[in-house]
Design a protein around this ligand. Structure first.
Ligand code: CP3
Length: 353
């Protein structure tokens, strides 16, 4: 890992991921560059989402603008979870208002056999965008690279888009376990190559999004998902960076997710941070966990909720302040900025009197 001077946000952020003491809690936001922000919408007016992802100068601009406007401690590269599908041979598009649509979803072993794992080099545009952001911030802010987790990406590939019940995904998982394992192994190969490119380009930390893991029962997670996830996490750590493993609706799954071995677990807002962290035996760092919709409240209430989360973290090394999931369109930008201010101004409960 590159050495980062001690007074900088990047240092604070990376240290917190490693559960080392910091001067104050680092803060950044899931989906900090997105449709709630006017500057993003202006770029979006002239370019599609995929065009922004694939043009490093645009992806870097969007990433930098959001991080500077919010004054956060880390920038997450502007890209999308689904980009690796394309280089594996699955075409998709983002349809307005409907989210991603995969044209020929995977439904059988033959389609899984046909997936390509040797073309992750086609994702080089993400690394190029990271290089630009790193050159801009010169180590001032932490640089987060990311990829999807095997389960969440497999679910998009099999369902063909978002899903409520994951019927096709779970059917394949239960009934064709060999094909399922092959799919996850192929994903791990591609994702690891992709992660290595991002780390080589200057990512300080990698976040692995298992956004839909919360749909799984604990025994299914352990049997069908944990082994491949564990391999991915360990191999990414071998690249020399801490890993943040993120999911939603995961309250009861957290101890099993912890076994994947990530340095940091993302927490959603449904479990109090102190309870979740205690149940993890404080064996990893945690990131979270303000309800993103709290950002629609008045600032006094937002301040109270921010304080409550920081009180629950109790100054223990290894807390990164964030939302429990991404910022949604329509969120007032000034409230996101206010959260950063509240985290900075925070005085622990014992000293507030
Ligand atoms: O600052 C950032 O975090 C932006 C970078 C980013 C995007 N997608 C850009 C994007 C990140 C980190 C992602 C990850 C991603 N993509 C996830 C995991 C994060 C999570 O929310 O759990 C998932 C599940 C996807 C797949 C995806 N991409 C969906 C389901 C959608 C449509 C949802 C919607 O809100 O419409 C997208 C589109 C997308 N990716 C947008 C952005 C800013 C919004 C659409 C747009 O700008 O047209």
């Amino acid at each position: 890992m590159t050495q980062i001077p001690s007074e900088l946000s990047a240092h604070r952020f990376v240290r917190a991921c490693l559960r080392q003491p910091v001067d104050r809690t680092p803060v950044w936001f899931l989906r900090q560059a997105g449709r709630y922000m006017q500057e993003y919408m202006e770029v979006r007016r002239n370019h599609s989402l995929l065009e922004i992802c694939k043009r490093p100068e645009l992806a870097a601009e969007v990433t930098i603008t959001a991080a500077e406007k919010l004054d956060v401690d880390a920038a997450i590269i502007f890209a999308d979870l689904l980009l690796p599908l394309e280089c594996m041979g699955l075409a998709f598009e983002f349809q307005a208002g409907e989210g991603p649509v995969i044209h020929k979803p995977l439904r059988n072993a033959a389609a899984i056999d046909a997936l390509v794992t040797t073309r992750a080099g086609e994702l080089a545009y993400v690394g190029e965008a990271i290089q630009r952001v790193v050159a801009h911030f010169k180590g001032r802010l932490g640089m987060i690279g990311f990829c999807g987790a095997p389960f969440t990406l497999a679910s998009y590939m099999i369902e063909g888009g978002g899903s409520r019940n994951y019927i096709e995904t779970k059917t394949l998982m239960y009934r064709q376990p060999d094909a399922w394992r092959k799919l996850l192994d192929k994903l791990v190969t591609v994702l690891l190559d992709f992660a290595a490119q991002q780390v080589a380009a200057g990512a300080d930390v990698m976040q692995i999004f298992d956004s839909w893991a919360g749909a799984l029962a604990i025994p299914d997670y352990r049997e069908f998902v944990l082994p491949a996830t564990k391999t991915l996490v360990r191999e990414v750590q071998t690249l020399g960076v801490p890993v943040i493993y993120f999911g939603v609706d995961t309250a009861s799954l957290l101890p099993a997710m912890r076994e994947a071995g990530a340095d940091v677990l993302g927490l959603d807002w449904r479990t109090p941070l102190d309870k979740a962290w205690r149940e993890l035996d404080y064996a990893c760092a945690v990131q979270g966990n303000l309800d993103p919709i709290t950002l629609f409240a008045e600032q006094e209430l937002i301040r109270t909720r921010v304080r409550q989360i920081l009180d629950q973290a109790g100054g223990r090394p290894g807390h990164i302040f964030n939302l429990g999931h991404g910022i949604v369109p329509g969120t007032p930008v000034e409230n996101v900025q206010a959260v950063v201010k509240f985290v900075r101004e925070y005085v622990p409960e014992v000293r507030r009197g």
